[in-house]
Design a protein around this ligand. Sequence first.
Ligand code: DX5
Ligand code: ZN
Length: 223
Amino acid sequence: MIIAPSLLAANFGKFASETRRAERAGARWLHLDIMDGHFVPNISFGPEVVRVLRPLTRMFLDVHLMCSRPEILLEPFAKAGADEMTVHVELHDRVTPLLWKIKSLGKKVGLALNPPTAMEQVEPYLGQIDLLLIMTVNPGFGGQPFITETLPKIQQARAWRSAKRLSYRIEVDGGINFQTAAECAHAGADTFVSGTGLFRHRDLKAALKKMQKSVSEAGRRRG
Ligand code: DX5
Ligand code: ZN
């Protein structure tokens, strides 16, 4: 079980110290939300932020591209030090070349789907990815409530993974707090992105520990 604090919920004036705070708290992954003001109605930050943070941390940098034209961003983020890049399946016929490009850059390959998008859309790509990102809110903003209707998608992702003998991670993103993280773990998720659910806690270490405990227990209950 991996918990990835999302930098989107950190203090934007203090990315360096917030990154160190997450690592000191015990996080092994950091989730970076890249928004282009077109694919989603918000703008966050670009490769320069990743480049500046890279030497400060050993955390795995999980870059989520909510962008209409990720093709122009893959190389810059790879050079900046991303470990993994996730593109959205809503880009349709551009998905295959994007996944190949990420792989050719030597990075882990992620594919995301939005809440209204059916799981059948991601099925053809499952053999090519390291991570499936199931959005549990409509992307664009932190702090939104978890959409419960996404839980069956997690179960489906898990069922396909064992039926097809694949090993992609099942990541959830949006509205993840102690309670919803446990629900997702019970449904079969193993990677949990949490922004406001973690960064708003002054004691991030305790919050991470609590979330880790709640997902481990829920995962064990699932068996
Ligand atoms: C939503 C982003 C998320 C965001 C989650 O568009 O993809 O990664 O940071 O934030 P919370 O955990 O606050 O819902
Ligand atoms: Zn995200």
